[in-house]
Design a protein around this ligand. Sequence first.
Ligand code: PLP
Length: 395
Amino acid sequence: MSNTPPRDPGRFGRSTRLIHAGRDPSAQHGFVNTPIYRGSTVLFPTYDDLMHRRGRYDYGTSGSPTMDSLKDAWSELTGAAGTVLTPSGLAALTVALMSVVSAGDHLLVTDSAYRPTRLFCEGVLKRFGVETTYYDPLVGAGIGELMRETTKAVLVEAPGSQSFEMQDVPGIAAVAHARGAAVIMDNTWATPLFFPPHERGVDIAVEAGTKYLSGGSDLLLGLTSANAAHWPALHRTFEHFAMCAGAEDVFLALRGLRTMELRLREHERQGLAMARWLQARPEVLRVLHPALPDDPGHAIWKRDFSGSSGLFGVILEPVPTAALAALLDGLELFGMGFSWGGFESLVIPFDCKTYRTATRWEPGGPGLRFHIGLENLEDLQADLDAGFARLRAAM
Ligand SMILES: *Cc1c(COP(=O)(O)O)cnc(C)c1O
């Protein structure tokens, strides 16, 4: 094997491309990985070069070899024309939205969107004259009825944040495109490995690299990729904001990228086993997991996705708050906290009722969101088993 990237990488399988994408050891004196380039100033050799901004890099905010490694790899993986890297997943969503909408425009956002996305629409876009309407995540091709002359974009997220409804992304995209609107997707749950966004009609795809790309709960990063039609505006908007990611986080994300498929498959296997175990518990009313055959979103998941991740929801039978607290307090292995996608298992309570506007959230009991990590399954089950015993004792 030489120390240069393989020629014509498109002929290789995805796992092979995941290993080689964005990597050129010959440009790094033979070292396997692109190192961390930290820097603001980039020096130009001559007056003429400076005046013409000649050279691959001109300033730290607009790129570096470390950034390019991840951008190139991500664009190859997602099938995008280009990718920008931002300091968080939420920043990636805001750059995507700002690259599409202008004052006077209308935006459609799924009622199941990641909550901070809604807060950005209400807290920022509204002030700049962009009106947002929230829609039923199950609307499908019915999205057409909500579209106006001024509708510039439809934001989708599948499955929904916390609630896990599946959206018919290709169906929504077909209608949106016929009406001249762009489709923006938060694809954090599936990653491009389980849902290739641009192949399914998404114009701009967002990934919180903080989650599975990291895999270690130790970095914050966002990636926004666009197809050829939307790339120039996305790139321009990113440059205006200079909302660039930190070099060390990008380096860690590159490291995570090489093992992401392996980790995802294991999170999927563990997550499904745990979801089935929870389904059989008398304390559980329903499990929200689109890869389970009896989930309402299963047919769409099966048609459009090639895998599921380790994140899913559970609706418990109604219990007093003190009993829920007794379950959660005292868990030894499950951590309680926001974010997910790391090697460790997490659980948080959730309730979509407080912020939904287009649909009613009345699942029949309290909700818990689980992220299943890479621990031994029996240990995780024993931890929850003890938690359920505490819950029953507190009733
Ligand atoms: C975590 C998350 C984000 C935001 O990522 P941060 O890096 O935490 O800002 C966006 N969308 C979804 C679905 C997420 O789970």
